[in-house]
Design a binder for this molecule. Structure first.
Ligand code: HEM
Length: 536
């Protein structure tokens, strides 16, 4: 018998704006039946009950009933824009990633978000901001799913449900913690002192950015780059805003939240409409891929630590320009699915235990949020690179796959043979992995305060005053006295003047006694701390 036609790659739309179904200029049902009236249901007489055979009423209401999908479990409130990333080309020596080679221009979609609020919450609340970028590269999609702060509250992803439960609105009244009782958040971070460095950032002006265009972005984790010669280095990713870093002051943030809860998303959309793109430069801190994966004594697998720019310069390798608003919020901003596991050849992850859990979490949550395994077919998630996977069927399958059953190896003419390693395939760089199976942290993860102290010491007097005011305000909303006392004890490990000022603001005595002292910070770090706190 003749061979059946070989499998064809799908033809998929590349942009949400092109994924249009409205192909008639006349009003129809979803089945294409033309309609004369969409204002009156079919009734038994003008005053009678509605009739079951009104297929238009049932279709219209049923579809409406299902218009919403679950909001994201975190980062529910977001706003996004399309744009282009242009590589300077200087990263070509450290990574083989095509989109970082000289002169390459890559379409991107960026979603900015707050973490804790629901979809309808205000933009200018004190919170971490998400800064998630999807690069539609020629080699597949690369997602850099970052935040506007370079560190995280926890060192191990297994703690993520705990910190989020502690920070989200209270389960009984669903009242956001930002305006009412803060007990659970402060309970968690005072008991869990690895959060201290991130809490310092969140209580600083970075927690209330003026605009998305004036925020930095950070990949947070250490990544591993691989070049064309299979040489590796460790990197941290940074986004540097061309417009500079600017924050609101607390009073502005509060007024804006009341007067215009859409303050940031309006600024984003209006700015782009007015022809003023948002611009950021991508920067790399490049460090040797050493056996112990540390740099100047800093554990690069610990996401509560930064590498100070004084110790490792941020080298700018390309520019992002966001210049096009989404056509449809739901199709693009809501349905976009970022995933830390979306990597391209030349960029790999490290063994940071926070990153390792994220690698599992994003795809898992999107299976629920986007209703099954086929959300890469949604226009906003479609790679611009060619696709020929062997994934089939499932909920919301829109592709009409042709040819024989997808399996490999296959002698019946299926297209899509595996690609040789030297022809652009993603091949994980070989690495030794060994060790006892344990639930334990490396000893270096026990240093919870040295970088929090470094952060405090690096602030100007006005910035320090804002941090004191923020701690005082937020802790004044914490009604459990033992939690406040414990938190003051944590601050005593960061800096005595910080602790004393917050205690005074709360009308409480500063804790007496010796602060908990953690392992000594690295010599390089110690030199950076101008005003040594109690831990020095
Ligand atoms: C969503 C960043 C840690 C689970 C997001 C988003 C960002 C982000 C920017 C919003 C994506 C969007 O705009 O659609 C980060 C950063 C982290 C971190 C920078 C730490 C450095 C974690 C961890 C977990 C996690 C440890 C779980 C173990 C999630 C989930 C979503 C999310 C479930 C919702 C995704 C969706 O529904 O599309 N994260 N995250 N994140 N993150 Fe994280």
């Amino acid at each position: 018998p003749p061979k059946r036609k070989a499998q064809q790659p799908d033809e998929r739309p590349v942009d949400a704006a092109e994924g249009k179904l409205q192909t008639s200029s006349l009003l129809t049902t979803a089945q294409g039946v033309r309609l004369a009236d969409t204002d009156h249901s079919l009734k038994a007489g003008p005053r009678g009950p509605s009739l079951m055979d009104d297929f238009h009423l049932r279709e219209k209401i049923t579809h409406f009933d299902h218009e919403r999908i679950p909001e994201r479990v975190v980062h529910a409130r977001g706003a996004a824009a399309h744009g282009t990333f242009t590589a300077y080309g200087n990263a070509g020596s450290v990574t083989r990633a095509g989109f970082l080679q000289r002169g390459r221009e890559t379409p991107v979609f960026v979603r900015f978000s707050t973490v804790l609020g629901s979809r309808g919450s205000a933009d200018t609340v004190r919170d971490v901001r998400g800064f998630a970028t999807k690069f539609y590269t020629d080699e597949g999609n690369f997602d850099l799913v970052g935040n506007n702060m370079p560190v995280f509250f926890i060192q191990d992803g297994i703690k993520f449900p705990d910190i989020i439960h502690a920070g989200k609105p209270h389960p009984d009244r669903e009242i956001p913690q930002a305006q009412t009782a803060h007990d659970t958040f402060w309970d968690f971070v005072s008991l869990h002192t690895e959060a201290t460095h991130h809490v310092m950032w969140a209580m600083s002006d970075r927690g209330i950015p003026r605009s998305f265009r004036t925020m930095e972005g950070f990949g947070v984790h250490t990544f591993r780059l691989v070049n064309a010669k299979d040489e590796t280095c460790l990197v941290k990713f940074h986004w540097k805003p061309v417009a500079g870093i600017h924050s609101l002051v607390w009073e502005e943030a509060q007024i804006a939240a009341g007067a215009d809860p859409d303050f940031h998303r309006r600024d984003l959309a209006d700015g782009i409409d007015a022809g003023v793109p948002l611009e950021f430069e991508l920067g790399l801190q490049i460090m040797p891929d050493s056996d112990d994966q540390t740099f100047e004594g800093i554990d690069l697998l610990d996401p509560t630590k930064i590498v100070p720019e004084e110790l490792c310069e941020v080298q700018l390798v390309g520019k992002l320009s966001l210049d096009r608003n989404p056509t449809n919020y739901f199709a693009e901003t809501e349905q976009v699915a970022f995933h830390t596991g979306n990597l391209v050849p030349g960029i790999e992850v490290t063994d940071d235990p926070l990153m390792q859990a994220r690698l599992f979490s994003y795809l898992d949550t999107q299976l629920t949020r986007l209703g099954g395994p086929n959300f890469t077919q949604l226009p906003i998630n479609c790679p611009h690179a060619g696709v020929n996977d062997n994934l089939r069927d499932g909920m919301h399958q829109t592709a009409v796959h042709r040819g024989i059953a997808p399996y490999l190896p296959n002698s019946l003419g299926q297209e899509g043979e595996p690609v040789p390693a030297d022809e652009g395939a993603f091949v994980h760089v070989p690495r030794e992995v060994s060790g006892p199976k344990v639930r334990a942290n490396p000893a270096s993860f026990a240093d919870h305060f040295s970088q929090a102290a470094l952060f405090w010491a690096s602030m100007t007097a006005i910035e320090q005053a804002h941090i004191v005011e923020a701690f005082t305000f937020e802790l004044s909303k914490c009604y459990e006295q033992p939690i406040r006392e414990r938190m003051l004890g944590v601050l005593a490990n960061v800096a005595t003047d910080l602790c004393t000022a917050v205690a005074a603001g709360l009308g409480m005595p500063a804790p007496s006694g010796t602060p908990v002292v953690d392992p000594t910070p690295s010599p390089a770090l110690s030199q950076l701390v101008d005003t040594p706190g109690p831990i020095a």
